[in-house]
Design a protein around this ligand. Structure first.
Ligand code: MN
Length: 333
């Protein structure tokens, strides 16, 4: 923690990054970190690989985020001049999408990683992680507390941290939610955040098309495999187009599958940009990160992971049912 402080003190310009398809924890931790570093009078820019979902665009500071996909030149200029980069909520550069190559070749400074995912790649010179933490936002709070910096938090940065913790814990219900999580949240509430408005802004701000997409997905695109206690939703590019899919519209859909009693494995497959993205959730004693890493170029947490396939969506489902799930038959029984 002291090494982090030393690097921050020495830095002239700092960039903050988080993973592709950023979620509440990625955006929340990035913006909270930026606000803290600004209080330390550091020149700081948040650069994210791609667009943030509309449900997160109200977060304080979100409008100033540089999106690499749309503003590559601005992002590249910062990558050239920055001497410190924070890598938040990811632990392998593959999670940066197109930004990865540029960063690898042109960034000459120090990497500082704060993350709670398993199996960190060894690229961060400085790493602060805990795979038992509910969220990266929780880790940022730990870091601030250890540095005696909690007084730098204000209602805006607290709002960002609360957002990350709330979204990564499924509103404080996943197994990763600890007594410590609630203590942190109590502290954040003491800073005057409007927790009910944060919840409403994120969960009650969707389009009619999104709700209809969810209905369609559950009615027409849900496949269950009772002998493996597995449920799969498979959405093709044409399905997404039919409901005018916007980034973030399927966020949380995979969790709904776990509401079927006894489900051990829930999978959402979506066909995007010529690939099939897979989201995995698990419960009832099954851990899913091994399956995601071994068969779908992915990884993640014990009960929440992601990956992708370059096969067609039909062949991905066939690969899953013919080759992958049978290998886990004992654990899924
Ligand atoms: Mn996270």
């Amino acid at each position: 923690m002291q090494d982090f402080l030393e690097k921050i003190n020495q830095a002239q310009e700092i960039i903050i990054t988080a993973h592709i398809a950023p979620d509440g924890d990625a955006v929340g931790s990035s913006l909270a970190m930026q606000k803290i570093l600004q209080k330390l009078e550091k020149k700081t820019t948040v650069i994210l690989p791609d667009k943030i979902p509309s449900a997160l665009q109200w977060l304080p500071g979100a409008a100033d985020i540089v999106i690499y996909d749309h503003q590559a030149e601005i992002a590249q200029a910062h990558i050239h001049t920055a001497d410190l980069i924070f890598c938040l909520d990811y632990n392998t550069l593959a999670r940066l999408g197109k930004m990865r190559e540029y960063l690898k070749t042109h960034f000459k400074g120090t990497y500082c990683m704060i993350d709670h995912h398993l199996d960190a790649e060894d690229f961060g010179q400085l790493y602060f992680g805990n795979t038992a933490a509910s969220s990266t936002c929780e880790l940022i709070f730990d870091w601030l507390e250890n540095c005696d910096y909690l007084s730098y938090l204000d209602s805006e940065s607290a709002t960002c941290l609360y957002t990350g913790i709330m979204t990564d814990t499924g509103s404080f219900r996943f197994a990763s939610t600890s007594a410590r999580t609630h203590q942190i949240v109590a502290y954040l509430m003491g800073l005057g955040i409007l927790h009910h408005e944060i919840h409403q802004s994120i969960y009650d701000s969707h389009s009619e098309e999104r709700l209809r997409l969810w209905g369609f997905a559950m009615y027409q695109r849900l496949f269950t495999f009772p002998h493996w206690k597995t449920a799969v939703i498979s959405l093709s590019a044409a399905d997404l187009k039919q409901f005018h899919y916007q980034s973030g519209d399927t966020e949380g859909l995979v969790n709904q599958l776990l509401s079927i009693q006894g489900t051990k494995l829930a999978i959402l497959m979506t066909e995007k940009e010529g690939k099939v993205r897979l989201s995995f959730r698990s419960a009832n004693g099954f851990t899913v990160n091994h399956l995601a890493a071994t068969h779908f170029h992915g990884g993640g947490h014990a009960n929440a992971a992601g990956g992708y396939s370059t096969k067609s969506i039909e062949d991905t489902l066939k690969h899953l049912t013919d080759d992958v799930l049978p290998q886990y038959a004992d654990e899924l029984a």
